[in-house]
Design a protein around this ligand. Structure first.
Ligand code: HEM
Length: 496
């Protein structure tokens, strides 16, 4: 009997194991995988990655040591997936422009569940093109020009409500709330209750990188509940809007993204779920990234007074040609060239998104290596932003380096290729207009110039960048001095 069991079960099993092993070996002998660590203990790489991420030391403690040991292309194993990390402008160009052909974007399960399976980040081919077309049609030149006065109104209201009469505010908290408001009011034009919805969206964000365990008390389960609340509000808004548009027979009259999405729903191009998922995705894509970019821009300006004085001059020149209370125009914003150099240099050193994952849809040959089908590919901003080949003296803050064009695919805070950030023009507008309001209306100083930055899942300043503010005294415009560190960044010349 025992012999019978051995022959009928164990022998075939042994045969299968030997067959699979020999096939794998034959295959791996043929392909040249990038160098790197994937072995036991199998979660070590993931633990080191998360540890480095939480302290915002991904470059110093994870990518850089491996790049030194294995080169710009190396393999690792993250969250159970074999992953190839790629660095350098050529790699960025190759993987970003081969989106849909050799790779597709690949987000963690929890992000997909919380943003929605119908969001643009999960779409490919025609449905990706359709959604992208709707989003970018709101952000063309005329859309952006129309958005400037709306944005000025939102900023003015926010400052009157939250800054007036205060001596100290959390710049990060305030810009987060403000960028959320701008997305809701200026991009979508949805009539939701901003302050309470802001809190609900924050709860969803807390779950996007957590393990997808839907068990009471977990971050993911809290985030799922918050997402359901948002969905309920949005479905109500969509149905109300749809009815109003169908009754009036007019489509997209306000040019807002929400109307454009509902118009596409009425035409049968997209479903109600697609509208919901894309509103949720866009709110996330837009507000946390932009608020971090703005906050870090101020942190950099506080630590680089010479840059601040150049920037201030640019804004005062614009302000002196305006009547009191007159809103900015798109033409004014176009003049903020130096400010945009400062913001880009800030995003080079402190990118709001460190990189993004892709999945190989076929075996890929790259720089003499094979990246097997189904493996993940991770491109990183750090790999080019901190490389002196593209940015000499890379760790120094030098906005002037952006006065000339930068090599393609070396500066990638907004990604590139078919998945290039669909909202980068809005982000740019938001940064420039808000900087203008703050620097022309307030003397400000950063309270903790060396405040540590942490990550969860996106980078954030650990103390929220508290700043001291004093309303600008108009007659002192043009007379200022700049001091480093804690003292006022900008002071009337007679009161140093
Ligand atoms: C400083 C602010 C921002 C940064 C740094 C940023 C960064 C990025 C990056 C790196 C990607 C590419 C991700 C990938 O390749 O997997 C991306 C995609 C995207 N971003 Fe942004 N973003 C910002 C602001 C915005 C804003 C304001 C919007 C709102 C309209 C937006 C909407 C999107 C969308 C819809 C995508 C997906 C595009 C697609 O899959 O076709 N982003 N963003």
């Amino acid at each position: 009997m025992a012999a019978y069991i051995t022959f009928s079960y164990l022998f075939p099993l042994l045969f299968i194991i030997i067959f699979v092993y020999r096939n794998c070996k034959k295959r791996t002998n043929k392909v040249r995988l990038p160098s790197g660590e994937m072995g036991l203990p199998w979660i070590r790489e993931t633990v080191e990655f998360y540890k480095a991420q939480r302290s915002n030391q991904l470059f110093e403690n994870f990518f850089q040591p491996r790049m030194k040991k294995y080169g710009n292309v190396f393999k690792t194993k993250l969250m159970g997936s074999p992953t190839v990390v790629v660095n350098g402008a050529a790699a960025n160009k190759f993987f970003m422009s081969n989106e849909f052909k050799l790779v597709i974007s690949s987000w963690p399960t929890s992000s997909v569940e919380l943003m929605g399976r119908n969001s643009i980040m999960e779409k490919q081919g025609d449905s990706h093109r359709c959604l992208r077309g709707i989003v970018t049609s709101t952000l063309n030149i005329s859309g952006l020009a129309a958005m400037v006065p709306r944005m000025c109104g939102s900023i003015e209201n926010h400052m009157n409500k939250n800054w007036q009469g205060c001596e100290e505010i959390s710049l990060y908290r305030s810009t987060k709330m403000l960028t959320f408001t701008i997305v809701v009011e200026c991009l979508f034009g949805v009539g939701i209750e901003i302050e309470s919805m802001f809190g609900v969206f924050e709860r969803v964000l807390e779950g996007v990188m957590s393990p997808p365990v839907n068990f009471p008390g977990t971050k993911f389960s809290r985030a799922k509940k918050a997402r359901a609340e948002i969905e309920k509000v949005l479905v109500g808004e969509i149905r109300r809007k749809r009815e109003a548009m169908e009754i009036s027979g007019r489509e997209e009259e306000d040019g807002m993204l929400f109307s454009k999405l509902v118009a596409a729903l009425i035409r049968g191009e997209i479903t109600e779920n697609e509208v919901v998922d894309n509103v949720v995705l866009l709110v996330f894509a837009a507000h946390d990234t932009t608020s971090y970019a703005i906050t870090m821009t101020f942190k950099m300006l506080a630590n680089h007074p010479h840059c601040y004085s150049l920037l201030l001059k640019e804004h005062e020149d614009i302000a002196t040609n305006k009547r009191p209370g007159e809103a900015l125009t798109f033409e004014d914003v176009k003049k903020m060239e130096y400010t945009w150099q400062v913001a880009r240099e800030t995003m080079r050193l402190c990118p709001p998104i460190f990189g993004s994952f892709r999945k190989a849809t076929t075996d890929i040959e790259f720089e003499g290596y094979t990246i097997p089908k189904h493996w993940k590919v991770l491109w990183t901003t750090y790999g080019t932003h901190y490389d002196e080949k593209y940015f000499p003296d890379p760790m120094s803050f030098d906005p002037g380096r952006f006065a000339d064009p930068v090599q393609a695919y070396a500066f990638i805070p907004f990604g590139g290729g078919p998945r290039l950030c669909a909202g980068y023009q809005l982000a740019k507008l938001n940064v420039l207009v808000l900087v203008h309001y703050v620097v022309t209306r307030y003397n400000w100083s950063v309270i903790y110039p060396d405040e540590p930055i942490l990550m969860d899942p996106l980078p954030f300043p650990s103390k929220g960048i508290p700043i001291r503010i004093i309303p600008e005294i108009k007659q002192n415009i043009g007379k200022f001095c700049v001091t480093l560190g804690n003292p006022w960044v900008r002071l009337p010349a007679e009161n140093p």
